[in-house]
Structures are given as C-alpha cells and as structure tokens.
Design a protein around this ligand. Structure first.
Ligand code: PLP
Length: 383
C-alpha cells in the first residue's frame, strides 16, 4: 500500500493531438485548458496510486460519488509564470499546499504529502510549459482539486478520493489598466461564521454565494463585501468586515488615534480564507517594503470604515487574491450609504491608489523574477 504520493513513480502520457493555442488577447479566465492534467487516486485499502500526467479528459464518475451528493471537494488556485530567461516559476507553492492539506483535513480526506504533490504540479507545468503565455500579467493558472469519488450514499468519510490538477492559460485581469470596483456590503447573507469552514477552500463555500453576487451585480455592484455580526441597516454598524467576493480585503486609513497611515485587514479567526496574496502583502508591509505604514491584522467594523470615509481619513481599499492580485475599490455601499474611497489624489485618472500600485509592482517583480527580484525566496523554479 502506497501511504505517500511518490513523484518518482510519475507516469507521463503525452497527447497525440495537441490543441491549437488561443491568441493571448483572447484568453478569458478559466475558459481555455492546456493539453494535460495531473491525476492521483487514493483508496483506503490500497493508498495512493502512482501520479499520472495524461491528456486533458472528462472524468468518468459514479453517480453515487460523495462529491456529487455532499460536496466533498476542495481546491486551490495558483499560477506558473515565465521569467525573463524563459524559466517557469511558481509563487509560494508551499502556502497553497499547506492550505490544501488543511482543507482536506476538514473534509476527513487522507493526509496530503505536500512536497510530493508540489513536485507533481511542477512536472505538469514542465509538460505544459508551452501553454504558459509570455508577458506581464500572463500566466498559467493551476487548479489543484480533490474530490470524494467513493460511491456510497452514507454520510461518511470518503474511502476513495481523486486528486487532480488542470491548467488554464490566463491573461491580465485588467488588460486596460486597473478598473476600480464597487462593493455592496450585504446585510442579509453571511459567507462564513465562527466554527464554520470559511478558512477552508472547499467548494461548499462558493455555491451559496453565486445568487448573492448576482443580486449585487443587478444593482450595479461588482462584488459583495461580506460582513458578519448582528443588526441590520443603521443597527449593523458593529458588523465585522470580512472578505470581498473571493478575495481578502484591506483598507488603508489614517488611524483615528495616532493619525498614522495604517493598513488594516481582518485576522485569521476561522471566518477568513488565509490568502497567499493577503499573507504576502502583510509580510511585505511588515518588512517595510511598502513604505511608512502601520499594519493591523484585527477585527474591524463597517462602521469604522464608514467613519474613516466620513472623516476624510480613508486613503485606499482593495481586494487581494491570486487572480487579480489587487482589486482597487472605489466605493462600498452599506445600508443606504455610500462610502467613497479615494484612488490616487495625485493622479485622478489612475485606477488604483499608490499603495495598491506599489503592491502590484512588487508582487509582479517577485512572481516574474524582474529587476532586483530576479531571485527571491517566494519565487520557486518549476524546472
Ligand atoms: C482563494 C480565495 C482568496 C484568495 O486567496 P489567494 O491565495 O490570495 O489567491 C480569498 N478569499 C477567498 C474566499 C478565496 O477563495
């Protein structure tokens, strides 16, 4: 019985009918898939199969499989980038593996061999390297996924699972420069709660958000700002600000006491997805790489955000995640009130504030290995 994933046993079957590449300008997020995928199965009796890289294909799945009934599914989102010398790199893959391992534990899946699985993902990147589009903002989006395949209708830990990874060439999130978003702070729906699964990247967290997102879009908002707490409307000012859509959320304001520029984000209290981008922004800010600002990882309320706006202390706000890196926010609407957020006072046509732009530049340089960041501990060679 293979108790571990063994990258040394990796079997590669290359496609005999490679798909035509799609023009870089035509890539839309997650629509185009590369030629290959990675698959590894696990069975409680026999353990892990050898990892396989095979042509991209539809899965055959038993209609009783637990993923189809009880949502036994977790996933990751990461990217492979080409550096100036044409080598493929990943960005902090250890954090994705740790998070996937935590998500799997929450679903009573077997323990994940994090390093071994990361090696298999690197092998997929090498096989599909010609699918990584070159250029700033371009990358190969990787979607490691794990599902319960055991065909048994009892609500029970899966005796069989499938771990796989597909890859999609993607272009810049903002092909024409930053496009600041408007968020609707939702008063009725809750994304996550203490003791729930908000800190696990499990599919079950996302299905219930789609209708809420659609309602916000129908009202002219780009995304939902998820709050948590008691009260509604005027009574809801103590509600905590948690996340924006599928991104972590940051505000930069002058602290009401010290007057210092302060970067605030919600703490990892179980209701927040531990984003790799979020962690990287906090790490850079604490290391002083983002300028002179204080950093606070603490619960903060929609009332505090509104007060900072009213009092002219609010400097910037943005979402943070792998897909967009940063999503500058220009407005948050809550309970009939608009909270306006400045972008760049020195440059009214800029779609992002100076801090969001600085974060974007810094992370881009690390991810693509540019300039002074040609080598950086967060940027890991895939070949
Ligand atoms: C994936 C995700 C994020 C962002 O995580 P990154 O690792 O930065 O991409 C934030 N919030 C939610 C709910 C997510 O699913």
């Amino acid at each position: 019985m293979a108790s571990c994933i063994d990258p040394a046993k990796l079997q590669i079957t290359r496609t005999t009918s490679p798909k035509p590449k799609v023009a870089k300008e035509k890539l839309s997020f997650g629509a185009v898939k590369s030629d290959h995928m990675l698959e590894i199965d696990w069975d409680v009796e026999t353990g892990w199969t050898a990892p396989r890289i095979v042509p991209y294909h539809a899965l055959e799945i038993d209609p009783a499989a637990s993923v189809l009934h009880y949502g036994l599914e977790a996933f990751e989102g990461m990217k492979a980038y080409l550096d100036p010398s044409g080598k493929a790199r990943l960005f902090r893959p250890d954090l994705n593996m740790k998070r996937l391992s935590n998500s799997m534990e929450r679903l009573a899946f077997p323990a994940l061999d994090k390093d071994a699985f990361a090696e298999c993902i690197k092998a997929l990147v090498r096989v599909d390297k010609d699918w990584i589009p070159r250029g700033e903002g371009f990358s190969l989006y990787l979607r490691p996924t794990v599902i319960g395949t055991w065909p048994y209708l009892g609500v029970h830990a899966a005796h069989r699972i499938k771990l796989f990874c597909i890859a999609c060439p993607v272009g810049p999130y903002y092909p024409e420069g930053f496009k600041p978003v408007k968020l609707l702070a939702d008063d009725l729906h809750v994304r996550a709660w203490p003791g729930g699964v908000g800190d696990a990247k499990v599919g079950g967290n996302y299905a219930p958000t789609i209708a809420v997102q659609a309602q916000a879009a129908a009202r002219g908002f780009t995304q939902v700002l998820w709050l948590f707490g008691q009260g509604k409307g005027g009574q809801g000012q103590e509600k905590l600000v948690t996340e924006a859509g599928t991104m972590n959320f940051f505000a930069l304001w002058k602290d009401a006491g010290s007057g210092r520029p302060t970067l605030v984000t919600a703490p990892l209290d179980g209701t927040i997805l531990p984003g790799v981008t979020r962690q990287s922004i906090l790490d850079l800010a604490r290391a002083g790489s983002l300028g002179d600002l204080d950093v606070q990882e603490r619960p903060f309320t929609i009332g505090e955000l509104a007060a900072a706006g009213r009092e002219g202390r609010l400097l910037e706000a943005f979402g943070a995640g792998t897909a967009a890196v940063v999503a500058p926010t220009k407005l948050v609407h809550y309970a009939g009130e608009d909270i306006h957020i400045p972008l760049d006072p020195a440059n009214p046509s800029a779609g992002a504030g100076p801090l969001a732009q600085r974060i974007w530049n810094e992370l881009r340089d690390i991810q693509y290995g540019l300039g002074s960041h040609a080598s950086h501990p967060w940027s890991v060679a895939a070949e």
